[in-house]
Structure formats: C-alpha cells, structure tokens
Design a protein around this ligand. Structure first.
Ligand code: SF4
Length: 249
C-alpha cells in the first residue's frame, strides 16, 4: 500500500474529496479473476472485534493518498488493469464514492466494491446508476449475534437489505463470512451460508480470520481449528454454489 500526502488542488473535482488511506497499484486478490488497483478508504462506523484494518476505522483520520494519484495511476494502466476495487474501512460511508466510481468507469475500468453492508440505500443508488460491477459483501453472523461482532446495534437488517439489493439487481457478487475460533462467527457460519443460499446468492466464501492488522486480542488459531474450518467449508460447499471458495488464514 502506498502512502503519500493528500494534496488539495485549486481545480478539484467531486471525487477529490474521497478520503483515501492507501492505494495498492496492482492486486490479484481483491476481486476474483481480476487484476485491480485497490483503494483503501478511511473510516468505518462499525468496530468489529476482528477487524484487520483497525487503522482505517477512525473517521477523523485525514487521507494519506490524493485521488489525483489514483487518476494518474489509472491513466498509466489503461489496458493493464481490469478494474478498481474500493475497500476500507467502509467505502460506502463517503458520499463522493459515487463520484470516484464514475470517474473510474469513465476511464474505461470496471468497479468492484467491498462492503460490510451497512448502507443499503447508498448501495442501491450505486447499483442503479451502473457504477459498480461486482460487490464482495460481508455477512458476519446470524442477526441475533451481529451486535456483538460489529460493536453496534441494529446492524443485521441493513446487511440483509444490502443482500436483497444485490440479488434483486442481479449484480455480480461474492458473499463472505469470516470465522474466528471459539466465537459466534464460527458457530454461525454454516447457518449464515444456508440462509444466504436460500435467499438466492450463488457465490460464497468462508474465510479464516487473520491476526495481522488486528487488535491482537482474540485467537486466530486453536487446537483443531483448521480441521473445524475444513468441515464447515465442506458443509457449505455441499449446499451447491456456482462458486465456493475456502480461504485459510
Ligand atoms: S466493517 Fe470492516 S472495516 Fe469496519 S470495523 Fe468491521 S471489519 Fe473493520
């Protein structure tokens, strides 16, 4: 991830207000089968105990990369990159995400988005305006356990509304769940997948939580954890998906 001072310009365009914490100029891991530039936006209203981008949660932290740097990169990478992924933090938190996505589309690139699903109306607007081609949506736990995972009340309905937005629009997407040993995220994962499948999603990923970038206050390994995850993955895969991915830590 590159970090450089965000420099405001006198002839700023709407996308210039996007607060960006970091930019990965070339990535193969943020959008399956796509070569992307990946933009880490600053700020997230949730506080997941296992967040692996904790430095990106604070909404008051100023940007470290100017949008102009993204513009310049994309200008040099035409024909070399498939698209741009906006991740975070929570990219949908910022109003000018739509302006940034529009610029990316206008430059001839596809747009991918990682979201925790907390802004279903903003997601719907982005989808209806044709500004997003693929979404990675986190579904973190069963509704009754959501607050203890994300540290905020009234979260689950927003996530399921976001899933509905994507399913109703036919947007390409991957739903993913991250599991932590000895936690509700692990207890819930198979049932979360079953409900997501029942809702109509057909691409799913189960991910083991990783320790890097986190608070370090929860376990990412335990006796038998790998085997437990492999069993969960097998149970989920057996539900029948167009694509299922298991991502070990
Ligand atoms: S929603 Fe994502 S960025 Fe926000 S706290 Fe949770 S894991 Fe971190």
């Amino acid at each position: 991830m590159t970090h450089a001072a965000a420099v405001p310009t006198s002839n700023a365009r709407p996308a210039d207000c996007l607060v960006i914490a970091g930019l990965v100029p070339m990535s193969t891991v943020d959008w399956p089968d796509h070569l992307t530039a990946t933009i880490f936006t600053q700020g997230c209203p949730w506080n997941c105990f296992y967040c692996h981008n904790r430095d990106l949660i604070d909404t008051r932290t100023p940007g470290a990369v100017a949008w102009q740097e993204v513009r310049d990169l994309l200008g040099r990478r035409r024909g070399l990159l498939d698209g741009v992924v906006f991740t975070g933090g929570e990219a949908l938190r910022q109003d000018c995400l739509a302006d940034a996505a529009r610029e990316v589309k206008d430059m001839g690139f596809q747009v991918g988005l990682h979201t925790a699903g907390m802004y279903p109306r903003r997601l719907r607007d982005l989808v209806e305006d044709g500004l997003v081609d693929w979404v990675g949506l986190d579904v973190k736990a069963l509704p009754e356990h959501y607050a203890q995972v994300v540290g905020r009340p009234n979260a689950a309905q927003k996530v399921w509304d976001s899933l509905e937005v994507l399913l109703a629009s036919g947007t390409d997407m991957e739903v993913r769940t991250t599991a932590v040993p000895g936690d509700v995220t692990a207890d819930d994962a198979v049932e979360v997948a079953r409900r997501v499948h029942e809702a109509g999603a057909r691409v799913y990923a189960l991910q083991q939580a990783r320790g890097r970038g986190t608070s370090g206050t929860f376990p990412v390994a335990a006796p038998g954890w790998d085997a437990q995850c492999e069993r969960m993955a097998a149970d989920i895969e057996a539900m029948g998906w167009e694509r299922f991915t298991y991502r070990p830590a």
